[in-house]
Design a protein around this ligand. Structure first.
Ligand SMILES: CNC(=O)c1cccc(C)c1Nc1nc(N2CCN(c3ccccc3Cl)CC2)nc(N2CSC[C@H]2C(=O)NC)n1
Ligand code: NI
Length: 187
């Protein structure tokens, strides 16, 4: 079971590597890793388990954060509206790829956090508001999905990880809290 001890922190060189594509269909090892990553996110959002296992809450995790330089990400974003479960996303993506994105940009109003960054880094992380992503699932089936708002932000944050990019690389150092016109602020 993955705990915080398995998550490498900023400064560890693997976080800056470009991760390698995994064979499709994924190997049994990569399927097991993906399952563990998703379970970690679910545990991290469960008040009892998070307390018991001292987990920081997360909605996304990338294999490089476990010192495994592979293009595998897990996202478990609960829908804010229980009546619309389809607004959340819970899946493991193998070799995810952003096929296209909106010109429109968006950011989280409260900035971004990362399980590999043990400090608050204030500032807006401006990303595409909508993306079209292709990826393979654990069975090796290809998917092509459109994401928007929070789901799009999270998947972009995790795909950054498999490209060696940290969220604060996107923050404007001079004006971290300045917003260009037209950037959608997601609360
Ligand atoms: C500096 N200000 C901030 O961090 C920040 C500050 C306020 C609000 C937000 C919204 C912020 N931002 C931010 N909050 C999150 N969570 C909110 C808490 N939540 C969670 C925690 C516990 C149980 C269940 C859950 Cl659901 C887990 C997710 N997650 C991310 N990111 C950036 S994209 C990948 C994603 C990630 O999983 N990071 C570990 N950013
Ligand atoms: Ni992160």
């Amino acid at each position: 079971m993955i705990t915080m001890d398995d998550i490498i922190r900023e400064g560890h060189p693997t976080l800056r590597d470009v991760a390698k594509e995994v064979p499709i269909p994924p190997t049994a090892e990569d399927v097991a890793l993906g399952k563990e990553m998703l379970q970690f996110l679910k545990n991290s959002q469960d008040p009892v388990k998070a307390e018991e296992l001292h987990l920081r809450g997360g909605v996304g995790l990338a294999a490089p954060q476990l010192d495994s330089s592979k293009r595998i990400i897990a996202v478990h974003v609960p829908s804010v509206d229980p009546e619309k479960p389809e607004n959340g996303i819970s899946t493991v993506m193998y070799n995810p790829k952003v096929l296209s994105h909106s010109v429109q940009e968006a950011c989280l109003g409260e900035g971004e956090g990362c399980l590999s960054v043990d400090r608050e880094v204030p500032g807006y992380v401006v990303r595409a508001a909508r993306i079209t992503v292709s990826y393979y699932d654990a069975e090796g089936e290809k998917h092509k999905i459109r994401l928007k708002n929070y789901n799009a932000i999270v998947v972009q944050h995790e795909i950054d990880h498999i490209n060696g990019i940290m969220f604060y690389d996107h923050i404007d150092e001079k004006n971290p809290l300045q917003l260009k016109d037209g950037v959608l602020v997601i609360e």
